[in-house]
Design a protein around this ligand. Sequence first.
Ligand code: FAD
Length: 318
Amino acid sequence: VIDRLNSAAHGSVPFSVEFSPPRDEAAEDRLWRAVRTFEQMHPAFVSMTYGAGGSTRDRTVRVTGELAEVTNLLPVAHLTAVGHSRTELRAMVGAYADRGISNILVLRGDPPGDPLGPWEKHPDGVEYAEELVRLVCELGDFHVGVASFPEGHHRAPDLDHDTRHLVAKLRAGAEYSITQMFFDVEDYLRLRDRVAAFDPEQGAKPIIPEIMPITSLRSVKRAMELSGSALPASVEKRLSAAAGSDPDENRAAVRAVGIEIATEMGERLIAEGAPGLHFITLNFAKATSEVVDNLGLARPVPEGTGGIGTGSAPGGQN
Ligand code: FAD
């Protein structure tokens, strides 16, 4: 990931995208359609989230492996500690390594069911992501990223506590962080300043901002709630005006404003020197592609870092 970020042509900012594990065959077909679209746009990397407690574990590992094998994309596998013993976590890392995946985004995960509910460590597991960073780094030559939180993590008592533990994950071996989605760019800039002030060496590591192009007001409000956050009033006002009084929302108008907001955020983040932009796609390519096009970020694969892209999908899907 760091090589890909660094190999971006001078003056151009790389983008990357986040996929989620498909739950069934139809969802897998949809994912592959998105994958093939993004392949043409050459993202720096693509990440695959990990279902709470490993709910879709086998499919996740298989599909992430296929991304490494039959596309020109660089996959980053998310790995969460919740519900797993250390032995299971080692086995997961081994399963990814067997499929040629060495980039792992290490996370603690949230309690399945109620993400804001009480956290319980697996009796033979780890308590915090920092321990999982150490565990993964001890297992071999892996490139580890971690999560960061522009508004602070919802369980952290204050921003200093949150910054201290983010820095601990970076010191433990993480090479970069990807933020939780946010809608106020000032929050991202303050996070970057906090980390740099706390530890200049760790502050030099990339903090990649995560952007969600909004296509539904209801869904984004729900997603924010689940992460213990809320939409800023100014953003909600713009989206609500577009949604109108229709209980089903004016989807096209909300989507247009969502793309506008994501584009504005991208422009500001690029101007402020963000090392890349990571987009939540929900396995749909269209909204993110529009934002990437608006920002002029699609670019040729850097020399020597391309994969073996075949132009086809495994199992004949496409
Ligand atoms: P940690 O770094 O362990 O932090 C958890 C809390 O504990 C924080 O409040 C922190 O300040 C505090 N803390 C940390 N270390 C210590 C310590 N030593 N002592 C005291 N307090 C401490 N979830 C999924 O289930 N699957 C995914 O694929 C997924 N992908 C994500 C991708 C990104 C980019 C982000 C931002 C989040 C993702 N999440 C995912 C959600 C994530 O698992 C949750 O936000 C989780 O609550 C926090 O994970 P963490 O790795 O930051 O935890």
